[in-house]
Design a protein around this ligand. Structure first.
Ligand code: COA
Length: 242
């Protein structure tokens, strides 16, 4: 069984789609009926393959953590569409895919979200950034972005998206209501605007090691906030780094 300690650090597994291609039928065999139907509705083969690899990997990790068979696990979606394990026993997981990479994070007694993004060239990062970043984030980005391509944009983006995915509400919550501060030291999440919304504090944000041309991040917080939170456990990056 994968040792995922209560309130301990999440485990992150990242796979290269191209290197996993030969194993895709085996991953597909782990999926539930609804997932197979969902995969079948994806028109682009690459989208389908990323979906199969992400769900297959998540099922393998959840099976190891629960001692159940991967196919016997019931995966549902909550009201915002975030996939959940039914009868979760405190387990939480999240999936991300972009380009050639598929990432899965799994943890116990915590909230978590993961994001990976290929640095797509030619994006109007200023226009997109204004829709999701606060003024302070945009200013920080402008100071780091000169002549650096889209890398600084995506580095900022994955932190924010990982946090959005940990919160689980998608864009139902305006991403400009909180910000990620990257200047100096560890990245930190802060809520802007006052009010009832408690997304600030206690969140742990980590940049994940990935192949050049990609950024990835994990956001998580323990369900028991008094515990000291160690860093996440990164595993299985070997096939990404070659
Ligand atoms: C799912 C969502 C949260 C991210 O989608 P995405 O960036 O296209 O894709 P990712 O690869 O990062 O994540 C997709 C996976 O997230 C998971 N997911 C779906 N809904 C989710 C939710 N509400 N919260 C957390 N995870 C979710 C699923 O596992 C999905 O993969 P699967 O369908 O293959 O199982 C999307 O609904 C969304 O809200 N996107 C907003 C994008 C944006 O504008 N972000 C701005 C930066 S804040």
């Amino acid at each position: 069984m994968t040792p995922i300690a209560p309130s301990g650090p999440p485990l992150v597994v990242m796979r290269s789609l191209s290197r996993a291609r030969a194993a895709l039928p085996a991953y597909a065999a782990l999926l539930g009926e609804e997932e197979r139907a969902q995969a079948g509705r994806l028109r682009q083969i690459t989208d389908r393959d990323r979906f199969v690899l992400g769900r297959g990997l998540a099922r393998l990790l959840l099976a190891q953590a629960t001692g159940r068979q991967p196919r016997a696990l019931a995966l549902t979606r909550d009201e915002h569409g975030k996939p959940r394990l039914a009868d979760a026993q405190g387990l939480e997981f999240n999936i991300a895919h972009s380009g050639d990479l598929v990432a899965v994070a799994i943890g116990r007694d915590c909230e978590l979200g993961i994001d990976v993004e290929r640095h797509r060239p030619g994006l109007d990062t200023a226009a997109i950034g204004r829709l999701v970043f606060t003024e302070a984030e945009m200013a920080g980005l402008a100071s780091r972005a000169a002549g650096a391509g889209t890398e600084p944009f995506f580095r900022q983006w994955v932190f924010k998206e990982a946090l959005v995915k940990a919160l689980g509400t998608g864009l139902a919550r305006d991403p400009r209501r909180f910000e990620i501060r990257l200047e100096g030291g560890e990245p930190a999440a802060a809520f802007v605007g006052g009010g009832e919304d408690d997304i600030g504090g206690r969140w742990r944000l980590s940049a994940l090691p990935v192949t050049p041309g990609y950024s990835a991040a994990l956001a998580w917080r323990s369900a028991s906030p008094t515990k000291t939170i160690p860093d996440y456990a990164a595993t299985s990056f070997s096939d990404v780094h070659g």
